[in-house]
Design a protein around this ligand. Structure first.
Ligand SMILES: NC(=O)c1ccc[n+]([C@@H]2O[C@H](COP(=O)([O-])OP(=O)(O)OC[C@H]3O[C@@H](n4cnc5c(N)ncnc54)[C@H](OP(=O)(O)O)[C@@H]3O)[C@@H](O)[C@H]2O)c1
Length: 264
């Protein structure tokens, strides 16, 4: 990014970005990509030590302020209280945290499903509502919601996770249009496989088109303000096109079923 684009990015989305799910993986990559662009950070995740290490590394590398908020995003009331009490202006929300129970629906407990709704749906929905109030008043800001290629069709053994990712993509599309007139950019990132700790734990073989977290963060932020959906990576763009436009719906679900069979 040249200095003019950096300045524009800061004016539009600064001074602070709130990154939810920032202790490792893609969230940590978003934090670094934003620090590189000169934004100050509020980092949220459950593991305090990891967050503090992240913050220390970023402060040593970039001239930015980093605030750590260790909390569970599955508890919205606490998250709202702690985030609402921040005395710094949030110009960008990146909601990256997710909960992904893998396995048959009948083997997924009610508690797991309730947690999935809390972390993957209530969290991004209500935090978007919370932070967008000031953004609307200021007539500027940005919101990045993490979706997934898995959310493009039914995904056996990931059915509830995939449905929650579809929710984020559809929410971002509606808000992209609605909040544009208020000066706020909204985008959903429909990522394919990303090499993160979460992915490595669930999948032992690398799927075609697997990307590094830093690439996904960079490509998503590059697309912010340019449209409602980012699909990082050429292979993933082709896969999304095929699955949504070419392949019949039943076949798309069968393809997903073959892929998710290997997850543990
Ligand atoms: N990895 C992939 O292949 C892939 C593909 C498509 C889409 N995505 C999406 O990309 C996003 C990131 O994926 P990832 O693979 O980087 O995940 P990950 O490795 O599991 O990391 C998730 C991050 O969110 C935090 N987090 C999780 N639950 C939380 C909670 N209840 N409260 C606060 N923080 C929480 C974790 O930190 P703590 O454990 O410290 O809380 C961690 O920092 C997700 O939205 C996922 O759906 C991932």
């Amino acid at each position: 990014m040249n200095s003019r684009s950096l300045k524009k990015f800061n004016v539009k989305y600064g001074p602070y970005a709130l990154v939810c799910g920032a202790s490792e993986g893609l969230g940590a990559a978003y934090a670094e990509a934003l620090a590189k662009r000169g934004l100050h950070l509020v980092l949220v995740a459950r593991r305090k030590d990891l967050l503090e290490n992240r913050a220390k590394e970023l402060k040593e590398k970039y001239p930015v302020d980093v605030i750590c908020l260790p909390l569970d995003l599955g508890d919205y009331e606490t998250a709202k209280r702690r985030i609402g009490a921040l005395e710094v202006p949030i110009g960008l929300l990146v909601y990256n945290a997710a909960y992904c129970p893998i396995g048959l629906f009948e083997e997924t407990s009610e508690q797991q499903l309730a947690r999935l709704v809390a972390v993957n749906i209530t969290g991004p929905l209500l935090l978007t509502r919370l932070v967008s109030e000031a953004m609307i008043q200021n007539r500027r800001g940005g919101i990045v919601l993490m979706s997934s290629l898995a959310g493009g069709q039914g995904s056996p053994r990931l059915a509830s996770y995939a449905a929650s990712k579809a929710f984020n993509a559809i929410l971002a599309e509606g808000l992209w249009k609605e909040l544009k007139s208020r000066g706020i950019d909204v985008i959903a990132s429909c990522a394919g496989a990303i090499l993160t700790p979460g992915y490595k734990q669930a999948q032992h073989a690398r799927a075609p088109g697997t990307l590094q977290a830093a690439e996904v963060a960079e490509k998503t932020l590059h697309m912010l303000g340019k449209g409602p959906i980012a699909v990082p990576g050429g292979v993933n763009k082709a896969a999304r096109f095929l699955m949504s436009r070419i392949v019949p719906r039943k076949s798309a679900i069968a393809i997903m079923s073959n892929n998710t069979g290997a997850l543990s």
